[in-house]
Design a protein around this ligand. Structure first.
Ligand code: UD1
Length: 427
């Protein structure tokens, strides 16, 4: 048996929705707790599958983790295991973020290669090269990254690409290295700033958070802290796209609208009226059919690759033709095959997609291949005639707390159903 969502088409989303802490921040903050002996408390945690999975990863190296509502308490012992190779490691990408803290604290780590969304090749070369610059050896052996150092020293590191994960791992090793580390071409995502903020609260010395040059002065040890996770800009943007696609009126709270400046500007170009909401978020009102706009994914502050499925879904129902360019993950366009099943007029050529908007999509059974593709299909289903079945919804549950409940509260009709799928997916 498997779970799917029945998404009833023809909804117009209206109302207010609160966004909680960012998945792509909380998981790294949990890993950062390994850097300090004692109890670290993280609040505003989203209740999504990846948080308990990350808790299992931390338990496997010796931590105690207690989750209570939106608060996660991690107690890190004086003696940690350097082996993070439990089965939980393969279930999410962020598990690889224990590598930097383990190397930082223990000077050695055996970390199973991570899992996560099937969105294209996800090598770890930049993570490994960064650790090597800090004085560690690093190799892939028997499905694990094995890293070892006599001691870590500061270094000048240039990243080939502003990788989020590599920036985080190198940063978390560098905070306990001797001397100064400079990471150039570092990622600038708000989640990196959140991690830098928490590490600084723990006693780390970091300058340049949010810029492409991070300077870290190594310290001897860090102490635990209490930290509140920033709001999830990707979830916030999902609601913004949903408002525009369904010609609705949605107020989104709990997320900093400045983290979505470019995204909200795109929606304005699509014809939405986007306004700030009382210092708490923003409101998106779309009157009439959205107009086609082009999208190009790039590292922050560019348009996030995680939002590309929503760009495709919006374009599919817009008036006109959109070009969408994917520069980060080549396999993300696989989602378009499912959109075509829903009647989208879309085709891809390399890392470009051309989407000619249609007046209305039409329902079909479709399969989620990753978190954002899954949510994108649900939004498309809201604009399709009939009832769209979205399968493999466990992907969506990894990233969206109370997704169905929130959709229904905003006036959609979406039901979670447990049943046997009647389509066999060919490999
Ligand atoms: C994070 C996010 C993911 C988001 C992505 C880009 C988490 C858990 N996931 O993933 O949702 O889509 O940022 O915003 O936070 N690369 C290399 N070598 C490396 C590392 C990365 O070639 O050593 C490449 C990747 O294949 C990809 C690009 O760099 O093409 C970006 O990857 P990266 O920023 O590292 O993404 P993640 O941290 O894995």
């Amino acid at each position: 048996m498997s779970e799917h969502f029945d998404v009833y088409g023809g909804a117009r989303l209206v109302g207010e929705v609160e966004v909680v802490g960012a998945k792509n921040s909380v998981l790294k903050l949990m890993a950062a707790a390994l850097l300090a002996e004692g109890t670290t408390t993280i609040s505003n945690c989203p209740q999504i599958l990846d948080v308990p999975l990350m808790a299992d990863v931390l338990r496997s190296v010796g931590c105690e983790v207690e989750m209570n509502g939106d608060v996660t308490r991690i107690t890190t012992p004086a003696e940690l295991s350097h082996r993070a190779d439990s089965p939980a490691m393969g279930k999410l990408r962020a598990s690889v973020c224990v590598l930097g803290p383990l190397v930082g604290r223990l000077k050695r780590a055996v970390v199973a290669l991570p899992g996560g969304d099937a969105i294209g090749s996800r090598p770890l070369d930049m993570h490994q090269n960064g650790l090597r610059k800090l004085g560690a050896t690093s190799a892939i052996e028997h499905g694990c990254v094995v890293a070892e150092a006599d001691g870590l020293h500061g270094a000048q590191i240039w990243l080939d690409f502003p990788s989020v994960g590599a920036t985080e791992n190198i940063l978390m090793a560098a905070v306990l290295a001797e001397g100064t580390t400079v990471i150039d071409n570092a990622a600038r995502e708000p989640e990196i700033i959140d991690l830098c903020t928490m590490l600084t609260e723990m006693g780390a010395r970091i300058e340049g958070a949010g810029t492409s040059t991070l300077t870290v002065e190594g310290v001897d040890s860090l102490h635990p802290t209490e930290h509140r996770v920033i709001g999830d800009r990707i979830v916030g943007a999902t609601w913004a796209f949903a408002a525009s696609m369904t010609q609705g009126d949605v107020t989104v709270t709990g997320v900093d609208p400045h983290h979505l400046d470019l995204v909200l500007d795109k929606l304005r170009l699509a014809g939405a009226d986007v306004t700030a909401y009382d210092g708490k978020g923003f409101r998106v009102v779309q009157d009439g059919r959205p107009k086609a706009v082009d999208f190009v994914t790039l590292p922050y502050p560019g348009f996030a690759t995680d939002l590309q499925p929503f760009a495709v879904a919006l374009s599919a129902v817009s008036d006109g033709t959109s070009m969408i360019t994917e520069n980060v993950y080549e396999a993300r366009f696989r989602f378009i095959e499912e959109m075509v099943r829903l009647g989208a007029d879309a085709r891809t050529d390399g890392h470009h997609a051309v989407v000619r908007g249609v007046e209305r999509l039409s329902s079909a059974p479709v399969w989620a291949s990753d978190i954002r593709a899954g949510a994108g299909l649900v939004l498309a289903g809201l604009c399709a005639e009939g009832v769209t079945e979205v399968w493999d919804v466990f992907h969506i549950d990894r990233g969206y707390p109370a997704f169905v409940e929130n959709l229904n509260r905003l006036g959609a009709r979406v039901e979670r159903v447990t049943a046997e799928p009647d389509r066999v997916v060919a490999e």
